[in-house]
Every structure is written in C-alpha cells, then in structure tokens.
Design a protein around this ligand. Sequence first.
Ligand SMILES: Cc1ncc(COP(=O)(O)O)c(C=O)c1O
Length: 415
Amino acid sequence: MNEKISSLKKEFPALKETFGGKRLVYLDSACTALKMKCAADEQRRHLLALGGCGGKRSFHSMAAAMEEEFYGARAKVAAFMGAGSPEEVVFTSGVTDAANLLANSFPFTAARNQVVLSPLEHNAVFLPFERLAAAGKIKLRVAPLKGLKPDPEALGRLIGKKTALVCLTHASNIFGGREELARAADLAHAAGAYLFTDDAQYAPTHGGCGALHGADACAFSGHKLGAPYGTGALYVKRELLARLRPWRVGGGTVEDVASCGGGFRVKYLGGYQGFEAGVQNYAGVAGLAAAIARLEKCGFGNIREHVCGLVGGALEGLAGVKGVKVLGKREDLLEGSLVSITAEKKGFSVPDFNLFLDHQLKGRFIAVRTGRHCADLACLSSGVRETIRLSYFAYNTHADTEAFLAALELYLSSL
Ligand SMILES: Cc1ncc(COP(=O)(O)O)c(C=O)c1O
C-alpha cells in the first residue's frame, strides 16, 4: 500500500472499533464513508472555540470570525468542485438537499419545462423532479439503459428545444463505473439547456465534480468522503444562479421586506446568500473543508489508483466464483469505486446472505449494502431486482475483499 494511503488510513478510527466483540470489514462506503478524525477534530474545535452567531446577522467580533472561517471553507469547497468562484457555492446538507433546491428553484417556463434524466439517477435526484412532473409543473423524460449505461443516442434524441435541464449522475451508486459528461454537456448546451451532475459517488474517489467537465450545476455529499454528516454543497454557475428563485426562504436570505398594497414586497439577497436560509452548519462545514484538505494532501491520484486496484482485485476474485454475476464491464467498473453482483444460484437469498455476513462469521462481520440502493429508476429500466454491493474508499485493502470472497464461498457451499 502506498505510503500516503497508509498514512491516510490512520484518520479513520472506526476501523479499529469492534461491535459485539466483532471486527468490522467495511465495504459500504457508497452509503457513507467512515469519518475522518481530522474532520471531527475540526468540527469540535469550531463548536467549542467559536460556536456563536454567524452569517452576517450580528455585527460583533465573534460573528466576523465565524464568517471569515465560513467563507474560507466556501473557497476551499469551490476550488475542490471546480467552481469559478466561492460565490457559486451553496452549502447544503448533501445531494438530496441540493437536488431539491435546484428542482424547486429552477426557472422553468411554459416553453422550456422539460427535464431529461439519465436512468441511473438516485432517488435523491429523480424524486424532486418526479414530484414537479406529477404536479403538472414540468415534463419528465427518462433515457433508457443500454448495457447498464444511459443510452447515448436515446439521450440525444430526448434533448430538444423544450429541454430546460439534463441530469446525469457522474458515477452510478448501483452499477458503478463512471459517466462521460462531455457529450451530454454539448447536447444540453446546443439545445439551450443546462446540465446538472450528481457527484455523490464521484467526488470522494476522483476529487472534483462535474463543474470540471462542463456541468452548469453539480452537487456532492460531505459524509461520503469522510466529513461530518449533514454537509455538502451545490455548485451553480453564476449566470444560472442569478436565474434561480430561492426555494427555501427565511432568515439570512432577504435584503428588504416592505409593505406593499396590503401585502409585502420581499427582496431576496442575490447569489448564494439567497439560498442559505437559517443559521448554517458552520462547524460541519469547517469539518468538510478539513476533510477535503486531508484527502488532497494524500492526493486524489493516489486515492484513485488505490480504489481502482481494489475494484480490479474484486473483479478478479469474483470471476472465479460460480453462483453470482458481476454487473457491468471491467473497463468501466475500474473507473468507479464499487462492484455490484446479483445472485444466480438457486436458493441464494440476498437478505439471508446479508444476515450471514453480519452474524455468522467468526470474529468479524462484513458490512455491505444489499437491495435497490435507492436507484429505483435503474432497477426498473434494467429489470435488476436487487444487488449485493461492495463499495470502496481509501481505507480498504485487498484483505477486505478476500474476507468477503471467503464468506461468499462459504455461503454458496451451504446452499
Ligand atoms: C448517487 C447518489 N446520489 C445521491 C445520494 C444522496 O446523498 P445524500 O443522502 O447525502 O443526500 C446518494 C446517497 O447514497 C447517492 O449514492
């Protein structure tokens, strides 16, 4: 293991924990990564040393210090995402929050009210738009799958002059791999539409987001890269941000409220400030910036290489196992951070196997994720009912995969 990766591994104390006397083998980072000590320490420092009023509400020295740190973290996150400026970053609690914000703030018009989704969208992105469609506010079009990837020709045919927004997950949380954004960005832009990418599964092991590859808006979740829960960000390019109508409103978002004709006239603040209503997660954001800085210190090139090696090792090991099928193609899977398999042998029950991994192994348990992974569109489009997903982050080793493979063989031999 690369020296920088082994040094980073020390940041994850949960790896040393036992649960009911059993050691943890964690292959569930696509759900959430284990958390980094440096990020938790930074969050704690912020809570205890600052922990006061921020957000330009109060004018005192502590509020100024809070605001300075908050803006510093915004600049860090902006650089990570590939934003042109910190002013293009809205802090959110994660991708779910970001997608709801975008869907409900987007300036749809009667002439441009169509949203085109890839079939790999997580429910976090699919459902906010599905709700708008069900309420008759937009038209939703979902591209079909071709070989477990969004069909590029069909996607091209769906994008037209009524398309306002195209949503493309950058890395699927169910089938793994990675999506090329350039063509979708070109198609969207040629039609006068915007491209949004979901970088929840991309950002942690590649570094960066869709903004670096032509997306007009993109989002990631901090908890999936070792930062505190409830952190994340939405990038929206300046020109589009100026066109969004703040969806969640409240304190900190208004420039002025005046009486007007028996009612009120509310003037919202421009830019990101119009979208960060209420007292913010200042300490969490400080932890997020610390987590990103630590991953950058390790180097995303090193993380990518390490994770690619783990995925390759899993594919090699699984190739020799009869009774399960690996979903997807090797070349593509190596570009991602997870491997999904389906059960093929008669009598193989995925829920039972999950229980087996959790309860039946000596001295350890193996945490994987089974089921539909909140990727209902992908399941509907592919006919895949459920998968067993092994997902990797920087702290995993080949020994984790070997433990899984041994458990899988043991379970299969019991059928
Ligand atoms: C691809 C993808 N998008 C969005 C989400 C939602 O992220 P969060 O729960 O952090 O909002 C997830 C979480 O699993 C995901 O895997």
